[in-house]
Design a protein around this ligand. Structure first.
Ligand code: PGA
Length: 238
């Protein structure tokens, strides 16, 4: 595992976007696993700039996002579908038909989960997965549990996750209680993992995940078993 600490959010965003851009340059048909949250915003902004300058070409790239709130419409400004379009896809030359976010409004969520895993498998797995970490140690919306869950599945969000995400909603009550998340198998089968983390507040859980015992109580701790993980952390807030 490569654990890099940088002194600014700007540096984190620069490093992370360079790694993603290099991946795409080396393999133009990359299957890129993407994440939402505040931390990747700077990375996405810089990828858009690189693309505008002709330094990265998204035309052959396919993306799969980690998660989506259940029961939320894609047009909702709080949907992760909307987040990805406004923060990245609208600003790069990607074919939007090749961008996938779980459909949290699917009539049959179980079938949606199965189809999501099948799609990733049919692509031959994720080449590079971008991750953040939650205050409770979650990756995607894989919340602390008694076991690691392999497949894409529906989860009930933790109180701490609902509280943390309330900043995007009018009130805490408006945060959906359930979500669809990619499971640990697709994440762990990604050829490379890039985790971005910012803020003093995340340091304790990050170091617990990276250096503590491997346990589903700290979902991100499973990454210790992955052969190619890069973590970039800055104490500076986004
Ligand atoms: P953040 O969240 O990027 O907003 O810190 C990451 C997460 O909760 O997974």
């Amino acid at each position: 595992m490569k654990y890099t600490v940088v002194d600014s959010y700007e540096k984190l965003s620069r490093l992370a976007s360079n790694l993603i851009a290099s991946q795409i340059t080396v393999k133009p048909s990359t299957l890129l696993g993407l994440a939402t949250g505040s931390t990747p915003l700077g990375t996405y902004k810089r990828l858009a700039e690189l693309c505008k300058n002709g330094d990265v070409d998204f035309s052959g790239v396919t993306t799969v996002n980690l998660d989506e709130y259940a029961g939320i419409d894609r047009s909702d400004i709080n949907s992760y579908y909307y987040f990805m379009n406004t923060n990245l896809f609208d600003h790069v030359n990607i074919d939007k038909n090749n961008t996938y976010v779980p459909n949290g409004k699917a009539e049959d969520l179980e079938a949606e989960c199965k189809a999501y895993d099948e799609r990733i498998k049919n692509f031959g797995g994720i080449d590079l997965q971008l991750l953040g970490i939650g205050f409770d140690g979650h990756i995607g919306f894989n919340e602390p549990d008694s076991e690691f869950v392999a497949g894409t599945h529906v989860v009930t969000l933790d109180e701490s996750t609902i509280k943390a995400n309330a900043r995007f909603f009018e009130s805490e009550n408006d945060v959906p209680k359930k979500a669809v998340t990619m499971g640990m198998l697709s994440i762990m089968q990604a050829k490379k993992i890039l985790m971005v983390v910012n803020g003093e507040g995340k340091k304790e859980i990050l170091e617990k995940a990276l250096f503590g015992p491997i346990t589903p109580k700290v979902p991100a701790s499973i990454l210790q078993l992955h052969p190619d993980v890069t973590v970039i952390y800055t104490p500076e807030n986004a």
